[in-house]
Design a protein around this ligand. Sequence first.
Ligand code: DTR
Length: 342
Amino acid sequence: MSRFKWIPSVLVSLAAGLFACASPIAAYAAEINLSYAFFAPARTFPGKQMAYWAEQLTKRTGGKVSVKTFPGGTLLGARDMYDGVTNGVADIGLGSPSYDPGRFPLTSGVSLPVGFPNATVASRTLWQLTQEFHPKEYAKFKVIAMFTTEPGYIMSRTPVRNLADLKGMKLRAAGTGVPVLKALGAAPIGMPMPEVPQAVQTGVINGTMTSREVLKDFNLAESLKYVTDYPTVVVTFAAVMDRKRWEKLPPDVQKVIEELASEMPTWTGHYHDNENVGAALKWAKKEHNLQIISLTADERAKWDAKLKPMAAQWVSEMTAKGLPAERFLTRLRELRDQFSKE
Ligand code: DTR
């Protein structure tokens, strides 16, 4: 009998002991870790959406998936978000298709002046259209969440009461808002939202056109004291995952992500419409004496007339590119009306 006969049994109990120690940890450690990048701060409404989604995914998968979020452009900025996902810098990226209408041509139709009443209706419309049309612009991606801002308003350093006030004014918008400002006679500059506070402070721009919660969430009410009460166009957001990465996820996890994807437009729209914007306006009025400027009926009609040709122009441009623009816009209007009633 070898005197080393006891060794294997010691090893077995050692291993068992180690396993016993390790197993409680294993029960809590996630099997799948995902990184999720966003270009603006966590306190903003898309940032809140990201945190909610991450928390829900972990909860609904029973801890199988853990998500590490990187808000504030710490991993990817607005300009490199979608390429960053393709290159594997982040598993998921939340960017704004509105910043690059050339890359997301069909989606840009949602940012036409079509009279969405709020972010909830626009977000649901955007998601439903994407489900029905499968735009080629997302071919490399799995879209995991979509939503929009409320229709944007002009917020400016000096009051804008009419087209004459607006003439030549340097105003910033997301890429899809640039033609709107141009049609109204302003001098538009396209730039991502996180760059706006500094551009306002240094006088590069006299204001911006976007959703009104930025008055508080980016502290813009300090310099921009006027909001012109004329709702224009929404800005779109899409959170995507690289398609190959998506295909590697187990079906039960994919199922939860799809379930969440169908909920996010309404969740985000409700938060933005019912809490976020209202709280920001109240704060800006109280802390910074924000003024809301109403347009006269005559003036409003002039603005409407300037924006009216935009939809038809968009259809002819996109049709020339071989996109089903006419059908897309018709369906958009149907969905807008349907969701407005719900
Ligand atoms: N993408 C936007 C809109 C925007 C509105 N609120 C936020 C908050 C965080 C990031 C972006 C935005 C725009 O640029 O107009």
